[in-house]
Unconditional design. Structure first.
Length: 145
């Protein structure tokens, strides 16, 4: 069990889904200011419109929301890809290539979280990266059939 890539990949899938779902919680919980400075900051982020050219005017909150929507979609996409691979018994060479791509993508995501985020997203992205790495190193490099 410990030496099968599918075991590690299923754990990575669980953490990809958990990371995506946890990040979706930010869309249902409104941020409440705790002091006057935070109230001003949140007001400016929500209401001050930046001119982005071509007639586009967006607030910082709009930009933040757009990027926040992409983060869970990235993790859900990775999980769906991995489920597809496991359910369709894709050959090991293709799995290895897909995992290499995901290690790069989710490794960069982990690096970004380490630099710019707080503890829960750092831990969740680290776990996804670690379990993808375990699956990658446990995947046979050639088909044995």
């Amino acid at each position: 069990m410990w030496k099968r890539y599918s075991f590690w990949l299923w754990i990575a899938i669980v953490f990809q889904l958990l990371t995506g779902a946890a990040h979706c919680l930010s869309f249902v919980a409104a941020q409440q200011p705790t002091n006057e400075t935070e109230r001003q900051l949140l007001d400016l982020m929500a209401n001050y419109q930046l001119d982005m050219g071509a007639g586009i005017h967006r607030s910082t909150w709009h930009l933040f929301t757009a990027l926040s929507a992409c983060f869970p979609m990235l993790y859900f996409f990775g999980a769906i890809n991995n489920i597809f691979v496991l359910k369709n018994r894709v050959d090991a060479g293709l799995v290895n290539g897909l995992l290499a791509i995901q290690l790069i993508v989710f490794g960069v995501a982990f690096g970004v979280m380490v630099v710019f985020a707080f503890l829960p997203p750092i831990v969740l992205t680290a776990l996804v990266f670690v379990f993808l790495a375990a699956a990658f190193f446990m995947t046979p490099k050639e088909d044995e059939g």
